[in-house]
Design a protein around this ligand. Structure first.
Ligand code: DX5
Ligand code: ZN
Length: 224
């Protein structure tokens, strides 16, 4: 199985959200921009929703990687694909009909992702992998930036990667939460290829340099 693309997707959660489109301009050397949608129900935090994403996509040529931490994604997720998001990820714990939803997202031209909280197993979804383009393995409890990476989820990443290798499919594994220069190598060695980094990038003095370092460390871990 060839190495999947190594992609860096900074999360704007830790940026100055009152200047969102300018903040996105600071990370254009990244592969994607990660947009965290929170509804104060699925997670105890509230960010922004569809109208903001729609307007943001008019201002940037970056590909949007939308992470929906909301209840009832079956109803709300397809509109993000219609808005032009390159990838739309919904939580396994919140979707009632994940296969139906993934098919709908793909039909609207987006990559379909399923997200797993740290305590959610990947096993129930392994047979459904061909319906998906990405598995987001949360490496913190979703809701807030700046938390510490949970090493206990690394075996789950390894099991997901082994199943994907067996299928020989172009399915990405994303890690989100606590991804830093210190932790990214471990996530990559376990088989992750899409790396969300919020505080590491936006609290850095030079976000572009941080993105380059993270990419280099992930690539080094993959080729080791
Ligand atoms: C957390 C969000 C993350 C968050 C990551 O629930 O899904 O995308 O922004 O932030 P860091 O990289 O600071 O852990
Ligand atoms: Zn996220």
């Amino acid at each position: 199985m060839p190495t999947p693309p190594i992609l860096i997707s900074p999360s704007v959660l830790d940026s100055d959200l009152s200047r969102l489109s300018e903040e996105v301009e600071r990370i254009t050397s990244a592969d994607l921009v990660h947009l965290d949608i929170m509804d104060n129900h699925f997670v105890p935090n509230l960010t922004f929703g569809l109208p903001v994403v729609q307007r943001l996509l008019e201002h940037t040529s970056m590909r949007a990687d939308v992470h929906l931490m909301i209840e009832n994604p079956d109803t709300w997720a397809p509109a993000y694909a219609e808005a032009g998001a390159a990838s739309v990820t919904f939580h396994a714990e919140a979707s009632r009909a994940p296969v139906k939803l993934a098919r709908e997202l793909r039909a609207k031209g987006a990559r379909a992702g399923i997200a797993l909280r740290p305590a959610t197993g990947v096993e129930p979804f392994l047979d459904l992998l061909p319906e998906l383009d990405m598995v987001l393995v949360m490496t913190v409890e979703p809701g807030f930036g700046g938390q510490a990476f949970i090493d206990g989820v690394l075996p789950k990443i390894r099991r997901a990667r082994a199943a994907i290798d067996e299928l020989d499919a172009d399915i990405w594994i994303q890690v989100d939460g606590g991804v830093t220069r210190e932790t990214i190598g471990r996530a990559a060695s376990a088989g992750a290829n899409v790396f969300v980094a919020g505080s590491a990038v936006y609290r850095a003095e030079d976000p572009a340099a941080e993105i380059a370092s993270l990419r280099e460390l992930a690539l080094a871990a993959w080729s080791a």
